[in-house]
Ligand binder design. Structure first.
Ligand SMILES: [Zn+2]
Length: 114
């Protein structure tokens, strides 16, 4: 008498486990990237990591290395910002002025009043 044990076919189960693992991998890293990104740029780094696919950890690493964008300072009411063409310093000029001297290099600039 021959007893033969039939093993169940686990191929679909293994395939599904691999597919679920792949989806978790491809979604988890973009979420990590979004959480590690600087404030206000989570969506950008989420999409970068999502587009990188299997290299998604690289997107999370990029998000960790990213720095905050420089904040734009607001001008006080009645002033405008002008950059010196010689030294690139930002100057705060009253809107009515028709010229200014750069605070850094002293270069004279003419402007049209606003
Ligand atoms: Zn200057």
């Amino acid at each position: 008498m021959e007893t033969r044990i039939e093993l169940p076919d686990l191929t679909p189960l293994i395939g599904m486990a691999i597919a679920i693992g792949l989806v978790v991998y491809l979604v988890t890293w973009p979420i990590i990237a979004a959480n590690e990104a600087p404030r206000g740029r989570g969506l950008v780094f989420f999409l970068i990591a999502l587009c990188l696919g299997p290299l998604a950890p690289l997107g999370a690493a990029l998000a960790c290395c990213a720095q905050d964008l420089p904040r734009r300072r607001r001008m006080p009411h009645g002033y405008r910002a002008k950059y010196c063409c010689r030294c690139d310093a930002r100057n705060q000029i009253p809107k009515a002025n028709d010229g200014f001297a750069c605070w850094r290099c002293g270069e004279e600039h003419s402007l049209t009043p606003v």
